[in-house]
Design a protein around this ligand. Structure first.
Ligand SMILES: Nc1ncnc2c1ncn2[C@@H]1O[C@H](COP(=O)(O)OP(=O)(O)OP(=O)(O)O)[C@@H](O)[C@H]1O
Ligand SMILES: [Mg+2]
Length: 350
């Protein structure tokens, strides 16, 4: 192992929940060592920005204690259309070293932020049809956002080893758990509380990513309005639990109607992808994130967009020892998807 026997945790810091996963590399593949979650008060992270870092540090310390996290090394992810730009671009063929030298210059026209304010990374995908050109995935992440998250992680006593991008973590989760079929278009869609991360894979290679600033908070807000309940009670209703004065059956219609905006957003992105690729069909949607746990969401989405949609199984190819509560794991698994992808990252790999 690259960094000692204790490995690293994948730490997904969402606006509503911490999700932590630790995996062990064994001869037979991955084995789960740790999976846990902890809610984060909704006012601490807003629109991807850390509003109250002191409280976030405290909450992270609480997670470390509660989940008995022994490892200091943490891989975290960032996302959000205001902080992360991922673009597939075409460049003249050149070596990795040369591109590393000139990436800033090349990136300037594709990144809508000051180039000095972002960290740049790239991956050369290979030659294009046009001679002398190559396909490159360009990734730009605002330094501000990286600093905010890295600072919190350090203050909580962890060592932020890698800062990844949520959409790529989703892709890593997929690669480990699913058979890749050439030419099959699979849309990975993660619905968090305030963000939807999408990554469309063609034959297992990412061809389109998009983050939107919508999420399952839409359900919470709709419930709060319709029934004049607190945030906490709206969250209970979302999980199908009764709260005083409101039966889950009554909440159901409000939830389904609040899903419409989320579904339109997903449909818009899929349509956009189709329009840029001579109408290639999406063969399948793999749904993850807490928003995917909304009752009947998968079914309603499938019906509305006409594409078979399934819940992600991030632990499908990961051995789960008996000490874990299997039924809880199965229920919550879709929420762990990004954390699983992060937990697989090793420093230096691409
Ligand atoms: N069992 C459930 N049923 C319905 N909704 C749920 C359930 N569990 C969680 N959620 C909702 O899912 C959301 C949390 O999901 P997730 O942890 O993926 O989001 P997050 O990572 O915190 O948010 P973001 O990535 O947008 O910042 C919350 O809005 C929560 O109410
Ligand atoms: Mg999230």
């Amino acid at each position: 192992m690259l960094f000692g026997a204790k490995g690293s945790i994948g730490l997904d810091i969402g606006s509503s929940y911490f999700k932590v996963v630790q995996l062990k590399d064994t001869k037979k593949g991955y084995e789960l060592e740790l999976f846990d979650m902890l809610p984060i008060a909704p006012e601490i992270i807003v629109d991807g920005a850390i509003i109250d870092s002191l409280r976030l540090v405290d909450a992270l310390k609480e997670l470390i204690k509660k989940s008995r996290i022994k490892t200091k090394n943490a891989v975290i992810g960032v996302s959000g259309h205001a902080s992360v730009i991922i673009k597939r671009i075409s460049l003249p063929e050149m070596s990795e070293e040369d591109l590393a030298e000139s990436i800033k210059f090349e990136a300037e026209q594709y990144v809508p932020f000051d180039i000095e304010d972002v960290n740049l990374d790239f991956q050369i995908l290979g030659p294009r049809e046009e001679p002398g050109q190559m396909d490159v995935i360009l990734v730009a992440v605002k330094k501000d956002i990286i600093n905010e998250y890295v600072t919190v992680v350090k203050e909580a006593g962890l060592n932020p080893l890698v800062v990844d991008v949520d959409a790529f973590a989703l892709e890593n989760m997929y690669e480990v758990n699913y058979e890749i079929e050439p030419n099959r278009n699979v849309a990975l869609v993660n619905i968090g509380a305030s963000t939807i991360n999408m990554n469309i894979l063609k034959g297992g290679v990412s061809v389109f990513t998009r983050d939107s600033s919508l999420g399952s908070n839409l359900h919470t807000e709709a419930l709060q309005k319709a029934f004049e309940v607190t945030y906490e009670n709206a969250e209970r209703l979302k999980r199908g639990e009764p709260v005083e004065g409101v039966a889950p059956e009554d909440a159901y219609a409000t939830i389904i109607s609040a899903s419409e905006d989320i579904i339109s957003e997903i449909a818009r992105s899929l349509d956009y992808y189709k329009s840029t690729t001579l109408h290639e069909d999406i063969n399948e949607v793999i749904l993850s994130g807490g928003g995917a746990l909304i009752k009947d969401f998968t079914r309603v989405l499938s019906e509305k967009i006409g594409v078979e949609s399934r819940m992600a199984e991030p632990f499908r190819n990961i051995f789960i020892p008996k000490k874990f509560d299997i039924s809880y794991m199965q229920e919550m698994a879709p929420m762990a998807s990004i954390a699983v992808g992060l937990a697989m990252r090793r420093p230096g790999d691409r």
